[in-house]
Design a protein around this ligand. Structure first.
Ligand code: GLY
Length: 394
């Protein structure tokens, strides 16, 4: 770690002498822009009771989300992070109010997205306030999510059966495991732990290709538990590497290594990270095209959300590997933060419909949320910056 720090200090000095703004200044400015944008967004949401911000339409008008939409937890979660950064009680009040809008989803057994919805919101709230009712809500929610575990398959079912898929499991589902691992630690119920380990192991077996890129959807035969099909839903093609899916997989295995200490999860995370950062189609500025195999690269759209998720995951992963590898990961994450903090991606105060980042891609093949702000891009961008600031010696 010491060697790591020395190398980083030298690089920082070199950058300052080249005239580049120090990263801590970049981050402070970006967090201040984030605070201004999201306080304005909160004012707008006060006029939209029961709803959460989602994105902008093609005319730049706000699209809201109901609490049962998978992204509902990101805006409250970002407000909690901004409260953590600023210690400003206005953010605490805003975060608590927006979090409360999602409570009823604790009983929702129709989605795998409860980790995103409840852990980003109530989870951050509980971490920062120790409010007991938040833990109760999350334990109920974790119980709801656990009903979607299919023992015959060894996975949590993502979507209900559709499009000819009996039991679709998407790589994104790795992101719900942090929530269940929290529930295991809070309740002592090993069912949650076993679900997470089984889901992670089955996903390693069936979702990944030899180069450590991942399929988006793997659907299983419910009677035999065997894989019935491997496809994409939001990516360019069944065999392509959809950028955000790769980011979810990376983040998920970093979390599973942190929570279990199992080397196989660290190895998986490192292999995914190396696939991403060494990919010939990873741009110099490190914000991925929406799909690593998009046919129109280099004209293809970038996905800021994938960039921010990868940055956040790499920063955590940098603490679990050798000094040399750690500084390689931090260098990529720092470039991602710098790029996202540039005028190309970061909103000017009062613009971008009060969202923070521009240029996210939600579901391009479905012509939905294409080149727009996305609350999850904002959430992981803030998280990445807070994680960077918290690095030893920063
Ligand atoms: N389903 C989550 C995503 O679009 O990444």
């Amino acid at each position: 770690m010491k060697k790591n720090l020395l190398l980083f200090s030298l690089i920082s000095l070199l950058l300052i002498s080249c005239g580049e703004q120090p990263i801590d200044k970049v981050i402070d400015r970006s967090l201040n822009v984030s605070m201004e944008q999201y306080m304005k967004m909160y004012d707008v949401m006060k006029e939209n009771p029961g709803l959460l911000p989602r994105t902008l339409d093609t005319a730049g008008q706000l699209i809201t989300a109901r609490p049962n939409w998978w992204t509902s937890g990101f805006f409250p979660g970002s407000l909690w992070y901004l409260y953590e950064y600023s210690k400003d009680d206005r953010f605490k009040e805003a975060a608590a109010e927006m979090t409360s809008r999602i409570e009823k989803e604790k009983n929702n057994k129709g989605t795998h997205d409860l980790g995103f919805m409840l852990y980003c919101s109530f989870g951050n709230g509980f971490r920062l306030t120790a409010e007991k009712s938040y833990a109760d809500i999350m334990l109920t929610g974790a119980g709801s999510l656990a009903t979607r575990y299919r023992p015959k398959i060894g996975c949590i079912q993502s979507w209900n059966s559709r499009r000819g898929w009996q039991c679709p499991v998407i790589i994104d589902n790795m992101m719900n495991l942090e929530f269940l691992m929290w529930a295991f630690k809070e309740s002592g119920d090993s069912t949650f732990y076993n679900i997470c380990v089984n889901h992670s192991d089955t996903t390693i077996k069936n979702h990944f290709r030899p180069d450590f890129s991942s399929y988006h959807v793997v659907s299983y035969d419910t009677a035999s538990g065997k894989v019935e099909i491997k496809q994409t839903h939001q990516g360019y093609s069944d065999e392509s590497a959809w950028a955000r899916g790769q980011a979810w997989g990376l983040y998920g295995y970093v979390v599973m290594y942190r929570e279990t200490g199992f080397e196989r999860y660290l190895n998986q995370a490192v292999s995914i990270a190396d696939f991403l950062i060494n990919h010939p189609n990873m741009p110099e500025d490190k914000i991925p095209y929406w799909d690593f195999n998009a046919p129109d690269i280099p004209e293809a759209l970038r996905d800021a959300s994938a960039g921010s998720i990868i940055a956040s995951a790499l920063i955590e992963l940098s603490g679990y590997v050798s000094a040399e590898k750690g500084s390689e990961y931090l260098k990529v994450a720092e470039t991602q933060i710098r790029t996202l903090s540039s005028d190309e991606y970061l909103a000017k105060t009062g613009e971008n419909g009060n969202f923070i980042l521009k240029h996210g891609v939600g579901h391009l093949p479905g012509n939905s949320e294409v080149d727009v702000p996305l609350t999850y891009g904002d959430y992981y961008y803030i998280e990445a910056m807070l994680r960077y600031r918290a690095l030893p010696g920063k």
